[in-house]
Ligand binder design. Structure first.
Ligand SMILES: CC(C)(COP(=O)(O)OP(=O)(O)OC[C@H]1O[C@@H](n2cnc3c(N)ncnc32)[C@H](O)[C@@H]1OP(=O)(O)O)[C@@H](O)C(=O)NCCC(=O)NCCS
Length: 173
């Protein structure tokens, strides 16, 4: 794989974002099928949001949104990771979380921790968190509203800067 991570350029990439979001199903998101109007509402670049394309050999295979970037000294950014359906299970999710963790801690020296949540039946995402050194910190019972009105538990994960540095040092050794 020749994987690269490139910033989403706004508004130049707006149509590409809508095309990517509507071309795939997102079974573990609140809205699994986005139409063009709802895809256009997804915040991709803003004061507190930045996004990155995941490309393999130049072709878009995923999108990462980095959220809550406005209070990094006190707060913790979160992220939304979406791999195109045809490319799931190829190791891209793991590559993306490793990349974004290094990127955020390197770009923002003040940052202490990164957080993320996932639905409790999203086994792939939980495996990605475990593989990338994220610790499960909590379970929010029936906090996740699904598209059909049903409710699921949400699991929260986090990694600290010192945990990331220890993992990086262990990988270099
Ligand atoms: C969840 C998601 C990001 C994972 O990325 P991925 O590229 O498919 O996962 P990877 O290939 O990197 O696999 C990472 C681990 O998950 C495991 N895995 C992959 N698909 C799985 C599945 N369907 N069920 C259980 N485990 C799975 C892999 O075996 C691997 O485990 P390992 O590290 O122990 O070998 C991706 O599938 C996706 O975008 N899904 C739809 C959107 C979504 O759910 N995003 C997360 C929102 S919080």
């Amino acid at each position: 794989m020749a994987v690269s991570f490139d910033p989403v350029v706004w508004p130049d990439d707006a149509d590409d974002v809508v095309a990517f979001l509507t071309a795939n199903d997102w079974p573990f998101h609140g809205t699994p099928h986005l139409d063009r109007a709802s895809a256009a509402e997804v915040r991709v670049v803003d004061d507190d949001v930045a996004s990155v394309w995941i490309r393999d050999a130049g072709r878009v295979v995923g999108l990462v949104r980095l959220l809550d970037l406005d209070d990094l000294a006190d707060g913790s950014p979160v992220f939304d990771l979406r791999i195109a359906a045809a490319h799931r299970g190829r190791g891209l999710g793991r590559r993306a979380v490793d990349w974004l963790t290094t990127f955020l801690f390197t770009a923002h020296p003040v940052l202490h921790r990164i957080e993320a949540t996932t639905r409790d039946d999203n086994a792939a995402m939980q495996a990605v968190f475990a593989a990338c050194g994220y610790r499960q910190e909590g379970r929010f019972v029936e906090a996740w509203t699904n598209a059909d009105g049903s409710r699921s538990d949400a699991l929260s994960y986090a990694i600290l800067r010192r945990e990331h540095l220890a993992r990086s040092a262990a990988h270099r050794a």
